[in-house]
Design a protein around this ligand. Structure first.
Ligand code: PLP
Length: 218
């Protein structure tokens, strides 16, 4: 099946209310443009530098999301390139982003990345630390907290991800119920090519798909 067909089929299968982000690391601007022509409207990138060039080479309108780890010294460039940042996971990074946004007189919608599996090598805030972290972000007026994002431990079988997705949903609902001023728990970004259907069953409102749309990574 070619890429346009894969994109169209996924977009048909994903329920209404769930946003598909095309995870485009390593894919060319031409591939991204083809995906957009097939109906994709959200693009995810892992590296600031790769995204800068690609976004300039993609004239079609789309919403661009940072989905990779972000270093503080790239915060300014990330804000030049991305519409959303899904990987905010430390207060120093958040304060840096908030400061640049304040200088510019703008705001940024963002997600908190959660290290749901508690993996030592992985980015993200540990689940038990998320409520305090979100309360701290709520005091930074230029960052608009809109939800949570997670990359569970690589599953052997799709079902392996279910308990992690379920834990994310519980955290998401608990934070929503807390009603922190300025915080809107609207987006739960979880699920990749292998396990996105399980993620949707467990309450994902956004899935990030690479190989399912673009085919095997080169
Ligand atoms: C690569 C990537 C994806 C998509 O991975 P696939 O398994 O190809 O669907 C999703 N999220 C993040 C953060 C990624 O880096």
């Amino acid at each position: 099946m070619d890429m346009a067909r894969r994109c169209e089929e996924i977009l048909r299968r994903v329920p209404r209310g769930v946003t598909v982000v095309a995870a485009a690391k390593g894919r060319s601007a031409a591939e991204v443009r083809e995906a957009i022509r097939a109906g994709i409207t959200h693009i995810g990138e892992n590296y600031v530098q790769e995204a800068e060039g690609k976004r300039r080479a993609v004239p079609e309108p789309a919403t661009w999301h940072m989905i990779g780890p972000l270093q503080r010294n790239k915060a300014r460039r990330a804000l030049d390139t991305f519409d959303w940042i899904q990987t905010v996971d430390s207060l120093p990074l958040a304060e840096k982003l908030n400061g640049v946004l304040a200088q510019r007189g703008t705001t940024l919608p963002m997600l908190v990345q959660v290290n749901v599996g508690g993996e030592p090598q992985k980015a993200g805030v540990l689940p038990e630390a998320v409520p305090d972290f979100v309360r701290a972000l709520a005091r930074l007026p230029h960052l608009l907290v809109r939800g949570l994002m997670a990359i569970p431990p690589a599953p052997e079988r799709p079902e392996d991800s279910r308990p992690h997705f379920r834990a994310m949903r519980r955290l998401f609902e608990a934070l929503r119920a807390e009603g922190i001023p300025g915080v809107r728990m609207e987006i739960l970004s979880m699920g990749m090519s292998q396990d996105w259907e399980i993620a949707v069953e467990e309450g994902a409102t956004m899935v990030r798909l690479g190989t399912a749309l673009f085919g095997p990574r080169p």
